[in-house]
Write a protein that binds this ligand. Structure first.
Ligand SMILES: Nc1ncnc2c1ncn2[C@@H]1O[C@H](COP(=O)(O)OP(=O)(O)OP(=O)(O)O)[C@@H](O)[C@H]1O
Length: 346
């Protein structure tokens, strides 16, 4: 667990940042200039805060009279550009940070296998694709035996094909390496796919930190990730296949029908975007939509209606005219007609 709390005044910006990053991917997200890189620099020991405390697994990096130098902090970095040594082979690049460390040879084999770097070991960086270079940079960062991995826009320099190529490796990293990973990105699709926790920053402050699903389904926060992305992210489990081949997925918002086939027991994450939800006061009939969930209005935030469905939260994006016509207010019971549901891997 990374624990961060610090202040630092610059002429144009006062930073006052506090959050915790558990094992898994914590995305640091916010508009340009809000202080993401400066926060990373404070964690790395490249920028000294005016006050605060930064600790990693209970080990103080900064504060309580301590200010560890960067090399003593046990942080592995992956930057936008891989920053490999051009005159060294992939193998030499990978071995560089661990050349004096005991147990490094065993870790080398494990990490080469995990990132499928074996066929690249004798090559030099100039002969690698952008994705292969980033995989090497990730391997090198892991071989420094870090207690925290910091990834600063690691995919920003890659084209869509290379991004798609490296994404599964990042997911594997998240699921197999028991480390906190701090991931700075401007890309909502990347955050959606990778993050377990999101820290939203604005003007030098953390305006919200918590699990990704909570932010996406929160009428007050979702717009910061982009209005098109607002909507619920709900966990579900395939329960059964209906006689017509549709599958029934059990969720805390109620059962949801999806086109099959998927095996019973499969865990899924379902995205129900706010602009794919229609509200009705009466029980709707004669619709082609298969999924109608009983919901209660929790609050209304501009065009976004915060809904409670069972134990889940959902959003509906509707016009102020419809809010008025349906006489919606907190506590109103209605029906959410879900036009489409997309399925993300469990
Ligand atoms: N050394 C410094 N001297 C003066 N001001 C600084 C310094 N470092 C950071 N700042 C202030 O902090 C602000 C935030 O910069 P930072 O690079 O952390 O933003 P960011 O969120 O990473 O932006 P981007 O997404 O564009 O990379 C700067 O605009 C500047 O006002």
């Amino acid at each position: 667990m990374l624990e961060v709390a610090f202040r630092r005044d610059f002429p144009g910006l006062s930073l006052d940042v506090a959050f915790r990053a558990p094992v898994g991917v914590t995305a640091l997200f916010g508009p340009s200039g809000c202080g993401k890189t400066t926060t990373i620099n404070a964690i790395a020991g490249l920028m000294r805060p005016d006050a605060g405390r930064i600790a990693l697994d209970g080990r103080v990096l900064f504060g309580d009279g301590i200010d560890l130098p960067p090399q003593a902090r046990r942080i592995g970095y992956v930057f936008q550009d891989a920053r490999l040594f051009p005159h060294m082979t992939v193998a030499a690049n990978l071995r560089y940070p661990s050349r004096w460390r005991r147990g490094a040879a065993r870790d080398f084999d494990r990490i080469v296998e995990m990132l499928a770097l074996g066929p690249l070991l004798k090559r030099r960086p100039a002969t690698l694709s952008g994705g292969e270079r980033q995989r090497t940079a990730i391997g090198r960062a892991l071989l420094s035996d870090p207690a925290l991995l910091v990834m600063d826009e690691p995919l920003a320099a890659l084209d869509e094909a290379r991004k798609a190529e490296i994404m599964p490796w990042l997911e594997r990293l998240r699921d197999e390496i028991r480390l906190p990973i701090l991931y700075v990105s401007h890309s909502v699709p990347e955050v959606l796919r990778l993050a377990t926790t999101v820290v939203l920053m604005q003007r030098g402050r953390v305006c919200h930190a918590g699990p990704l699903a909570g932010i996406l389904a929160d009428a007050a926060l979702a717009p910061q990730l982009g209005a098109r992305e607002a909507g619920a992210l709900i966990r579900g489990r395939v329960e059964a296949t209906e006689p017509d081949g549709m599958i029934r997925v059990a969720t805390a918002a109620g059962p949801i029908l999806l086109p099959g086939p998927l095996p019973a027991g499969r865990e899924l994450r379902l995205r129900i975007l706010a602009h794919e939800v229609i509200l009705s006061r009466a029980v709707p009939s004669g619709l082609s939509a298969l999924n109608v969930l009983p919901v209660t209005v929790a609050r209304i935030d501009g065009g976004l209606v915060q809904l409670v469905a069972g134990d889940e939260r959902m959003l509906a994006q509707i016009t102020p005219r419809s809010v008025k016509a349906l006489e919606l207010r907190p506590g109103t019971a209605c029906h959410a007609i879900v036009k489409s549901v997309s399925v993300l891997p469990g």
